[in-house]
Design a protein around this ligand. Structure first.
Ligand code: C2E
Ligand code: CA
Ligand code: CA
Ligand code: CA
Length: 278
């Protein structure tokens, strides 16, 4: 029976009982990985769309399942948020990412690293201290750390968020709004929270060339970002045609499979050297 419980693709996986068991198994895997410091962090390069130079990297967590296959963060991040494990997870990813970016810096490459900060992490009174500690321990210049937060985080208590974000900004880090356009966007908060970067969600980029509405949304987000003097970056750039279209719309930064998938740390270092000769 124990053997069966481990089979994640069992015929009855739609049964409630199985889904509870799977969830429990996933939580155990996550707890173990956190305890044994076994989470991996991959890095996806961000590019200047015109020069094709690396201008940044996003840190993306990876959890290996019992079968050796990666479990998607879209499965375990929500679970981590619900169980509170996100605090420890966030801390481990941040710490690794800062150390890695400092390594690039020491190799002579000034490549800012972006780390995702989950909404639930904003409830942690220790958040600011944790970030300051990661910077101090890695000796990474604060300007080389960017925090990606979603619009949902900005829906938390406005006054409290404003205080927290100013504290973080006072450390010298950059703040980006992730998945822009998918949450409950209020233009008022964008101004109020004084963010630096707007990441255009990949769902709009995906269909921008075959859906007129998506094209208009991308165009509108870009002009909104411009008018607020934010740095714009498009996510999920997969084709050369999308790259061209984004440049024409005056969005000059992007990340996506057209350039590279997220890479393990050692491959990312090789990739930096490789792209020098592009
Ligand atoms: P995200 O922050 O929006 O990250 C971008 C996701 O899109 C990544 O998926 C990335 O691999 C994928 N992606 C990049 N380029 C392309 C492309 O051209 N096409 C397509 N179809 N996908 C592309 P990933 O790594 O599976 O992460 C999924 C989500 O999980 C992330 O979405 C983020 O919300 C969350 N996540 C990942 N790592 C962390 C973390 O360390 N902390 C937190 N809080 N959340 C994380
Ligand atoms: Ca992100
Ligand atoms: Ca995103
Ligand atoms: Ca997303």
């Amino acid at each position: 029976a124990k053997q069966e419980g481990r089979n994640r693709f069992s015929f009855f996986s739609y049964d409630l009982e199985n889904s509870i068991r799977e969830r429990h198994q996933l939580e155990l895997s996550l707890r173990n990985a956190l305890l044994n410091d076994e989470l991996l962090v991959f890095y996806q390069p961000k590019f200047d769309l015109t020069t094709k130079r690396i201008i940044g990297a996003e840190a993306l967590v990876r959890l290996t399942g019992d079968d050796g296959i990666f479990i998607s963060p879209t499965e375990f991040i929500p679970l981590a948020e619900e169980t509170g494990l996100i605090i420890k997870l966030g801390q481990q990813v941040l710490s690794k990412a800062c150390i890695e970016a400092k390594r690039w810096f020491d190799m002579g490459y000034v490549i800012p690293v972006s780390v995702n900060v989950a909404v639930a992490q904003f409830a942690d009174p220790n958040l600011e201290h944790m970030i300051a500690t990661a910077l101090q321990e890695s000796q990474l210049p604060a300007e080389l750390l960017e925090l990606e937060i979603t619009e949902t985080a900005l829906m938390l208590d406005a006054e409290e968020m404003q205080t927290k974000l100013s504290q973080l900004k006072a450390l010298g880090v950059t703040i980006a709004i992730d998945d822009f356009g998918t949450g409950y966007s209020s233009l008022a908060y964008l101004k109020k929270f004084n963010v630096d970067v707007m990441k255009i969600d990949m769902s709009f980029v995906k269909d921008m060339l075959n859906n007129k509405h998506d094209y208009e949304i991308v165009k509108t987000i870009i002009s909104l970002g411009r008018s607020m003097e934010l740095t714009l970056i498009a996510e999920g750039v997969e084709t050369e045609a999308q790259r061209q279209a984004l440049i024409e719309l005056d969005c000059v930064m992007g990340q996506g499979y057209l350039f590279s998938r997220p890479l393990p740390a050692n491959e990312f270092s090789d990739f930096i050297l490789l792209t020098e000769h592009w």
